[in-house]
Design a protein around this ligand. Structure first.
Ligand code: ACO
Length: 377
């Protein structure tokens, strides 16, 4: 931990039963279920249920959740009009504003009852996805694709983005990626959501705060930076050269390092496998090979091992799925909406205002007042 507490490193800021991380051992679990178990067995809808309810759903419970998510996919016409009117907007700016707008058209926006908040969490889960895919269709001059109720969240996302139903492998890969990004304890965006929730503000405001925090390149924005770097490099040798140059100039390599993990991020292990599988099936192996070479070089490049985080291999995996680069971070938001809302509901359930203190380093207190004419520039 830093002496000043900068970055709140190592500080316990909340009690939570949602997510457990052991950064030394590379363990991550949602509600007691190891991420490896979930990545291998669960669907994203089961993970949403688990995060919100603390247990896996029975078949009827899962069916009910799916029906509810499907029933609330449609976004208000005013939000669609906003998406249409801003085709050149950065997708994360558009998403943040559109999610915030949803509150204007929800008559229960200010209702703080647990039932109303649960319903709003369902709407946010489904409608974030619709906002991202509708925006992309509209900005590329295409019609919005109405969702297909028979498809999973993952399948429907890819269908409403591309207008073509994904094959089973693509759907499953994307579904696993959503599971892997669903929650991560008190990361910056979830903490932002909980700070807003702790003032007893509404759930739409909490996730709007979270989206703003996720966007930054030190957090969810890193996946876009990773792919830009790999694409600019184009091949393994150039990628290594660029990496070394960045390190010499003290520039951080996107997709590496983590505040909590001191070993490899367990999510990166799965995403690496998925990225390889997709690269082989699409024949676009160059990016994957460049990623692997950078990962290997980063083990020794700084005199200490630096491991990939969740953003490193998700970048090449999404790229192989044909997803536009500037939608990588919005997709992170589509998935993390499940974790954000779980944490916000938990915060509402047992709330105390989050209000830390600062170590004051300013002028000595009690400065004398100086009239404007006597002030020095
Ligand atoms: N490239 C090069 N060196 C790095 C990197 C990196 N990506 N990450 C950490 N380091 C080095 C630092 O230079 C520092 O070295 P030093 O002790 O010799 O000065 C040491 O590792 C510790 O790094 P800090 O920046 O102090 O670690 P912090 O916990 O504050 O930051 C962070 C974590 C922001 C994730 C950082 O590793 C980083 O900027 N990574 C790149 C951006 C990124 O991938 N973000 C996504 C994180 S995962 C997520 O949010 C979804």
């Amino acid at each position: 931990m830093s002496a000043t507490g900068a970055g709140l490193e190592g500080i316990i800021a909340a009690e939570s039963s949602i997510c457990y991380i052991d950064g030394e051992a590379g363990v991550l679990s949602y509600q007691g279920f190891d991420i490896n178990t979930l990545a291998e067995n669960a669907t994203f809808e089961e993970v949403i249920y688990l995060l919100w309810n603390g247990k896996l759903p029975t078949q009827p419970q899962l069916d009910e959740l799916k029906a509810s998510l499907t029933a609330h996919r449609e976004i208000p016409a005013e939000v669609t009009a906003f998406l249409k009117a801003n085709p050149t907007g950065l997708p994360m700016h558009v998403l943040r504003t559109a999610v915030s707008m949803l509150s204007l058209y929800d008559p229960a926006a200010a209702d703080m009852s647990p039932e109303a908040n649960k319903l709003k969490a369902i709407k946010l889960m489904s409608q974030t996805s619709t906002i991202v895919t509708s925006f992309h269709r509209l900005r590329t001059g295409k019609e919005v694709v109405p969702g297909d109720p028979s498809l999973s969240m993952a399948g429907n996302f890819l269908y409403t983005l591309n207008g073509v139903k994904p094959d089973a492998v693509m759907e499953r890969v994307f579904d696993i990626a959503l599971t892997l990004h669903a929650d991560h304890e008190l990361n910056a965006s979830t903490f932002a959501a909980r700070v807003t929730a702790a003032t007893l503000s509404d759930i739409y405001s909490t996730v709007t705060s979270a989206i703003g925090a996720l966007k930054g390149p030190l957090h969810g924005g890193a996946n876009e930076e990773v792919i830009k770097l790999l694409l600019q490099a184009g091949n393994k040798a150039k990628a290594l050269e660029m990496m070394r140059e960045m390190l010499e100039n003290k520039v951080k390599i996107p997709g590496f390092g983590h505040r909590v993990y001191k070993t490899i991020d367990p999510r990166a292990i799965h995403l690496k496998k998925l990225s390889k599988q997709l690269a082989e099936s699409t024949g676009q192996i160059d990016l994957y090979e460049a990623s692997e070479a950078v990962q290997e070089a980063m083990l020794t490049a700084k005199g200490k091992p630096l491991n990939p985080n969740v953003d490193f291999y998700s970048a090449s995996a999404y790229y192989s799925l044909g997803i536009p680069v500037d939608l990588f971070t919005p997709i992170f938001a589509v998935s993390r909406m499940s974790g954000w809302t779980a944490h916000v509901l938990e915060q509402f359930h047992n709330n105390r205002l989050i209000r830390p203190r600062a170590d004051y380093k300013g002028l000595p207190v009690g400065q004398p007042w100086v009239g404007i004419a006597d002030r020095v520039a």
